[in-house]
Design a binder for this molecule. Structure first.
Ligand code: ARG
Ligand code: ZN
Ligand code: CA
Length: 243
């Protein structure tokens, strides 16, 4: 990649019901959210507490929708074993995964909002899956609330770009990023600020980071350290250098 990273995106829609056959407009709303969240142009970015203002990042990566694939299915849920990515299981295989971010919109089931493949995995399963219900921006009074603002995709694309959960998936665990505070565990809802960690140094937790588990309206920033981890993928020799 030369200079600016622009990620071509293919969206693969698997539907049984009309609601699962999400509209082009809804898909566009999701791409728009990514473009805002990854350039710090989301309107809630300014809610970042002063304590974190110095580390809050414009990641500087943008996304361009190149194609939408649609396929009907009789499956009521797809699970998390990548069946949606396999033609021989009724799914849709990824398009050019070495230089395209593939997204799948389908019903996952089991209360799972989405899941992603980290860099370095098999090309045939590379990409991110977000449940149809949480894909794009929908009403604050609908059934997708409080995961109705497209932030599940922002979070999953973070994983796809090598970001770990901010609590490191362990009590006071590490996310391998130095400018994010150590969190006790995942946070949910919209925590009141400041929420203090009981980990070493009792830091104020960065509950508004996209890599926590808060409600969509409670997450609105990445850090410079997370940006560096993402940028490293796209340079020569990086796991996503094909982009
Ligand atoms: N549970 C999912 C994951 O670990 C996604 C969580 C997304 N959170 C949200 N507020 N949309 O990848
Ligand atoms: Zn996650
Ligand atoms: Ca950290």
């Amino acid at each position: 990649v030369n200079g600016k990273v622009v990620i071509p995106v293919v969206v693969n829609v698997l539907y049984r019901t009309a609601a699962e056959n999400i509209s082009d407009a809804l898909i566009q709303s999701q791409i728009a959210v990514l473009n805002k969240d990854y350039t710090a142009t989301n309107t809630d970015f300014s809610s970042t507490p002063t304590l974190f203002a110095g580390v809050a990042a414009n990641v500087g990566i943008t996304f361009e929708l190149v194609k939408i694939n649609r396929k009907s299915t009789t499956k009521t849920s797809w699970g998390t074993n990548d069946a949606m990515k396999k033609t021989n299981q009724g799914g849709i295989a990824p398009t050019s995964p070495s230089n395209t971010l593939n997204m799948w919109a389908c019903t996952i089931g089991g209360g799972i909002l989405g899941y992603a493949q980290f860099p370095g995995g098999a090309a045939a399963t590379d990409g991110v899956v977000v449940d149809s219900k949480y894909f794009g921006v929908t009403s604050n009074s609908g059934t997708s609330y409080p995961y109705n603002l497209g932030r599940t995709m922002t979070h999953e694309v973070g994983h796809w770009m090598n970001l770990r959960h901010i609590w490191g998936d362990a009590t006071c665990g590490s996310d391998l990023v130095s400018d994010t505070p150590t969190h006790n565990a995942a946070n949910y809802g919209v925590p009141a600020y400041p929420h203090l960690s009981t980990c070493t140094g009792t830091p104020v937790e960065m509950t508004m980071n996209y890599m926590d588990y808060t409600d969509d309206r409670g997450m609105y920033m990445f850090t410079n350290g997370q940006k560096s981890r993402m940028a490293a993928l796209f340079i020569s020799g990086g796991a996503r250098a094909g982009f």
